[in-house]
Ligand binder design. Sequence first.
Ligand SMILES: Cc1cc2nc3c(=O)[nH]c(=O)nc-3n(C[C@H](O)[C@H](O)[C@H](O)COP(=O)(O)O)c2cc1C
Length: 383
Amino acid sequence: MVQFHWRIPMHGDKSDIGASRATRGDWTPLQPGNQAPGVRDDHGDGIPYHEHIIEVAKAIEIAGFDGALIPSFPHTDDPWVAAAAIARETRTFRTMIAFQPAWMNPVYAAKAAASLQRLSGGRLLFNIITGGGGPAQLWWGDRIDHDDRYRRTTEFLEVFKGIWNGGPFSYQGKFFQVENAGLPEPLAGQVWPEFYFAGSSDAALEAQGKHADFNLTHLEPIEQLRVKFDRVKELASKEGRIVKPAVRFNIFARQTEEEAWSEIRRAWANVDWPAFEGRYGRMRGDAVGSILPAHLKPGPDKRLEDLKHGAFWGGFLPLGDPPALGVVGSYQQAAEAIDSLIDIGVEGFILAGTPHLEEALRVGEEVIPLVRGGTHLTQLAAE
Ligand SMILES: Cc1cc2nc3c(=O)[nH]c(=O)nc-3n(C[C@H](O)[C@H](O)[C@H](O)COP(=O)(O)O)c2cc1C
């Protein structure tokens, strides 16, 4: 069964795709008009941003999604804390914590994960991220190079798995060593949390072959994805395992194609190109995967139409909503774009749209029911 997830806007949320700042959220300066938290008498109103993300999570659940990715960056709140808060306010919603193995000892991470499974009734899953190098990695105090980071991730997951059902478990790795470790009752043997795993380099795919349930990639042209998914399959089969393909992208869909593009055109007219180049021109790291063809690179010299690639559009980054490639069109066209990805084997989707609450309801109500002519929902009902 294909999984459909949305995204929790840990990075702030705009009220409109064309807005220049996030008014739902507190990581841009608080100003009148901000929501959750907002401003009252020149002071913050004391409402935590978590109130907003819980409302978004409830909308995601009502819209019929399986759950949502909770991303983690230096400027965001901690996703474990957000997951615990969301789990208490939802019933079926699965929280997908983005997590870099360098951030926590594997025994402690397994303990926290097992606690969350107990608290949520088994609704936790992970997006294992291994970091993109450069200044962002140094920010965490992490100087280890690209391929060694994936070795560390592999060791981490070996310890995490080794102790999940109890113990004693001993392990002598380069990065982690434990002796007679294990999760005690009543934490041992909770529902196993599925692992999405981001990364497209050879080192990433090798690690995924050993431990991932899903290979998670940003959207790329179909021809590029086919090559990547074949490689994922090949490396996983060497380990006697199956790793399912999953894709993350934004959707901007309306009743008609014209309606969708006219809103995108309005937002495009507001792009602040110097700010865009300042923000993304500075990014330096060692991430290998998800490189788009040069003609899809947005810039002030490009028209919105230049960034169309089949059913996909490469202009989401200048609108402040990465990743670059996503889907714009009618509800029917958006469903067909999803169908085209299911046709090449995709079994997990992480979708998003701005504003996250309203667009979750829209995509859940108008697009997902059209996927594969509605057969996805028929299968769900039969289960
Ligand atoms: C879909 C997706 C989501 C990601 N989410 C995060 C995140 O929340 N936080 C983060 O620091 N990095 C995130 N990353 C970046 C990864 O940590 C890593 O830099 C990237 O996958 C590079 O891998 P590669 O060199 O193997 O291709 C994400 C990557 C992808 C593809």
